[in-house]
Design a protein around this ligand. Structure first.
Ligand code: DON
Length: 306
């Protein structure tokens, strides 16, 4: 089904909300993005691509990258990952440090920053950070079926220059003996994965395997086993929007992962992957208009996992 008219209508309806959000200001390279941008793309399991607005403009995917690094880490170490990282919603902000100390350096889940840094440590396996950055980039290019996916080095530098909280989280992990690689190596990978620049079309295409039981329906590749895809989706639903995950499950009812660049990747099992981008964020650090657009789309299509 061609969803273009539906998406165009939604783009029109969310326009008044674009100015209500606040662009992430703590990373200078992100603070410069035009808050009036809005893009949305739906890639269905039968390969149909529907878009509206700035769906082909690259933006900083930020924490959405955590879905893909989790996928790679599970491929490397399987369920052993869960001895190092939990699977519970944190109920806290993405960069909160308090819980990590209280819980002995075991991050609540792989989507908060501490968890994502622990995931990069798993991916490193003693290798130099560049080898892992190359691996992540190659994975995303393959999943998006587009060699144009790139890392924005300016954003990566900006992340490192302002990443005091992430340094603190990584040093906390190290102080509990939870990192096997140097703090700087884990953070170098983390800052670069956050700086991946992708369009809504590329992102939805890259997440399609999660809508198709772990198999890429367009290339025919098996990316992960069906039960692993189900579990990644479960984590996205319960932890993908930090302390707003419950509200997003209530309003949208689909697994999703947000990033402070204003992007959200959402999964409609057996049907489609959706990527939406609007840089203005709500108080929880999730895209304000992007969340509203997903709510409209899910309601209009009757899409929900419930
Ligand atoms: O760790 C950070 O500060 C960011 N580069 C990424 C965080 C992020 O996207 C959180 N998501 N909403």
């Amino acid at each position: 089904m061609d969803l273009t008219p539906t998406l165009e209508r939604i783009a029109e309806r969310v326009r008044p909300h674009l100015a209500e959000g606040k662009v992430a200001g703590y990373i200078p390279a992100l603070a410069r993005v035009d808050p009036q941008r809005f893009g949305i793309a739906v890639v269905s399991v039968d390969g149909r691509v529907s878009t509206a607005g700035d769906a082909r403009v690259p933006f900083s995917v930020q924490s959405i990258s955590k879905v893909f690094t989790l996928t790679l880490a599970l491929d490397k170490v399987g369920s052993e990952l869960w001895t190092r990282i939990g699977r519970e919603p944190s109920g806290s902000a993405f960069n909160s440090i308090v819980q990590l100390e209280r819980e002995g350096g075991i991050p609540r889940n792989p989507f908060i920053n501490a968890g994502a840094i622990a995931v990069t440590d798993v991916l490193l396996e003693g290798r130099p950070p560049q080898a892992v950055i190359d691996e992540i980039l190659a994975f995303l290019r393959r999943r998006a079926d587009d060699p144009a996916v790139a890392i924005d080095e300016e954003v990566a530098r900006s992340e490192a220059d302002t990443g005091h909280r992430n340094y603190s989280l990584a040093h906390f992990l190290a102080s509990f003996g939870r990192l096997r690689n140097p703090v700087d190596s884990a953070l170098s990978v983390y800052f670069h994965q956050c700086a991946l620049a992708m369009t809504c079309v590329q992102l939805a295409r890259a997440g399609l395997f999660l809508a198709a039981a772990g198999h890429d329906p367009l290339s025919g590749e098996r990316v992960v086993a069906p039960e692993r895809a189900r579990r990644i989706n479960a984590l996205m639903l319960t932890c993908g929007h930090y302390d707003a995950s419950g509200d997003v499950a209530f309003r949208i009812g689909l697994p999703g992962k947000s990033g402070v660049g204003g992007g959200i990747l959402a999964v409609v099992p057996k049907r489609a992957a959706i990527a939406v981008w609007s840089p203005g964020l709500n108080a929880n650090g999730n895209s304000h208009a992007g969340t509203i657009a997903l709510e409209m789309l899910a309601a209009e299509m009757g899409w929900s996992v419930f």
